[in-house]
Design a binder for this molecule. Structure first.
Ligand SMILES: CC(C)(COP(=O)(O)OP(=O)(O)OC[C@H]1O[C@@H](n2cnc3c(N)ncnc32)[C@H](O)[C@@H]1OP(=O)(O)O)[C@@H](O)C(=O)NCCC(=O)NCCS
Length: 169
């Protein structure tokens, strides 16, 4: 299965081990890691683990972590992922996304996440996709609402309450 996804403005391609330094820098930026990694910069070993999980995920299940770039450009502007959210129950899958701050405000996160959502619910045939949004992450809440996701639960998180959203097929 070809895991590259293309939208009107973006190309999404699965990460490889060559993306390690770029991801470390991207997720290490304070504005990006604030809600994504509970304020801590991920360690190099953590990023290695995320890439390995993604490689395995694409091989076994057709999803993992995609890098987002604008069509015609070579440098990634962010990342979008599907990954298990075991805390919400066995087999449940969440979507995550992040953009470099310079790429905020163009609709790229929504466009990329919509393509991944369609891939998940359509081609992969998953019954639902979840998202967890920390209280105060208004930009992320706006993305999930634009994706047509519905809030269904509030759970405690390290930074405070998190709202769980879902969208079904
Ligand atoms: C969450 C995050 C990706 C949202 O980024 P974002 O740029 O606000 O979201 P989008 O890319 O969907 O862009 C939406 C904005 O672009 C605007 N926009 C401009 N041109 C647009 C276009 N052509 N099409 C659509 N929207 C457009 C929209 O109006 C909207 O602006 P608004 O917020 O002022 O209403 C970003 O804040 C981020 O990377 N945060 C750190 C990581 C994080 O917390 N991730 C979430 C964890 S689940």
């Amino acid at each position: 299965m070809d895991h590259v996804l293309t939208t009107g403005r973006l190309v999404l391609r699965p990460v490889t081990e060559h993306d390690h330094a770029g991801l470390l820098a991207h997720w290490g930026a304070p504005q990006v890691r604030r809600f994504l990694f509970d304020g801590q910069a991920p360690s190099p070993a953590q990023v290695t683990g995320i890439i390995e999980d993604s490689l395995r995920g694409f091989a076994e299940a057709g999803y993992g972590l995609w890098l987002i770039r604008e069509i015609g450009e070579s440098d990634p502007v962010g990342a979008v992922a599907l990954r298990p959210l075991e805390d919400a129950g066995p087999g449940r899958i969440e979507i995550l996304y992040s953009l470099a701050p310079a790429a905020w405000g163009h609709g790229y996160a929504t466009e990329a996440a919509r393509a991944v959502m369609e891939h998940a619910l359509g081609r992969l045939g998953l019954p639902e996709v979840l998202a967890e949004v920390d209280e105060g992450n208004t930009a992320s809440a706006a993305v999930v609402e634009r994706l047509g996701m519905t809030p269904y639960q509030v759970v405690p998180g390290l930074l405070g309450p998190m709202t769980r959203y879902r969208r079904t097929r």
